[in-house]
Design a protein around this ligand. Structure first.
Ligand SMILES: Nc1ncnc2c1ncn2[C@@H]1O[C@H](COP(=O)(O)OP(=O)(O)OP(=O)(O)O)[C@@H](O)[C@H]1O
Ligand SMILES: CC(C)(CO)[C@@H](O)C(=O)[O-]
Ligand code: BAL
Length: 279
């Protein structure tokens, strides 16, 4: 695996790959890699002949400066994990100068999908995500890109932007990888204290309970209210808990086969998200 830090070096390599008829797969990340990220790399097996993992903690997608400064970072450990796992040709870890030149003022806005759920309590977040993802697609010239279903709204927004801008990349969704207690793996989990980490298991457990009740035909407003209260009793501050369609993220009913339960909730200043389908 080669560590590449400049967009010029990356451009030289991907140009050669394209000339040689290689298919390029990319996994965009913000680092502090875990088994969820490795599952995205693995999902490219048989779909790309060359694989790039990008690591860039993108300042413009953070609405909260503390969240940006406290975001876990560790390039050496990330590089070692990828090297040990194998199958990655390039780790692209640019600094800010390679991404946002002085005077940078363009934003990619996927309107509609960006205002709800995480877009509601992280204003501007998805403009930052759509902008960096578009830039990473251009810089890596990827044919295929893997994204996790843990960040389901992000996945929907990336699909929309690829379709709307005719970008020549296909999007590969990858199911959420979970810990033994069902907590979704996330880089931010590292910021939880041991007590918070133990409590965090309430998040997937409450979603499972809520889904079982919805499927049993109980009133959906009551189920969501009870689930919200359960989470608050477990120490969470709940930002949203909503039933939405996986297809278009619009509000929906439990009888909709595409219905999915979405949650964002914080323990202290660590904000966690999760989502699960009803079917
Ligand atoms: N548990 C997981 N299972 C599958 N994919 C995941 C998981 N966690 C993250 N991903 C995916 O990895 C990619 C990079 O995400 P990112 O680097 O932000 O990691 P993260 O663990 O989601 O961190 P955080 O949510 O704390 O920012 C995204 O496509 C994301 O959906
Ligand atoms: C897609 C992404 C790498 C863009 O910064 C980020 O939002 C993430 O890690 O999910
Ligand atoms: N995993 C999504 C990136 C973020 O929370 O900013």
């Amino acid at each position: 695996m080669k560590l590449v830090k400049t967009r010029q070096e990356l451009a030289d390599i991907v140009t050669q790959w394209h000339r040689a008829g290689e298919t390029i797969g990319v996994v965009p990340t913000m680092g502090s890699l875990h088994a969820g990220h490795l599952a995205l790399v693995k999902a490219l097996d048989g779909k790309a002949t060359r694989r790039i993992v990008t690591i860039f903690v993108n300042p413009i997608q953070f609405n909260n400066p503390d969240d940006f400064h406290l975001y876990p970072r560790g390039l050496e450990a990330d590089a070692a994990l990828l090297e040990e796992t194998g199958g990655v040709d390039i780790l692209y870890a640019p600094d800010e100068t390679q991404i946002y030149a002085p005077g940078f003022s363009t934003r990619v806005v996927v309107s509609g999908l960006d205002a709800m759920l995480c877009g509601g309590d992280r204003p501007g977040h998805f403009d930052g995500v759509a902008t960096i993802v578009t830039k990473l697609f251009m810089q890596t010239r990827a044919d295929i890109a893997a994204f996790g279903e843990k960040d389901f709204q992000q996945l929907c927004i990336v699909r929309r932007l690829v379709q709307d801008l005719d970008l020549p990349v296909s999007i590969l969704p990858v199911p959420t990888v979970r810990e033994a207690d069902q907590l979704a793996l996330s880089s931010r989990n590292r910021r939880l204290t041991p007590v918070q980490r133990a409590r965090a298991a309430h998040l997937p457990a409450s979603l499972h309970t809520c889904i079982a009740e919805l499927k049993a035909g109980k009133n959906s407003e009551t189920c969501l209210k009870t689930c919200w209260q359960d989470l608050e009793e477990a120490g969470f501050t709940v930002h949203y808990l909503e039933l939405r369609s996986s297809k278009n993220l619009q509000a929906t009913q439990p009888s909709d086969p595409s219905a999915r339960l979405f949650v964002a909730a914080s323990l202290g200043d660590v904000r966690l998200i999760d989502n699960m389908p009803l079917c």
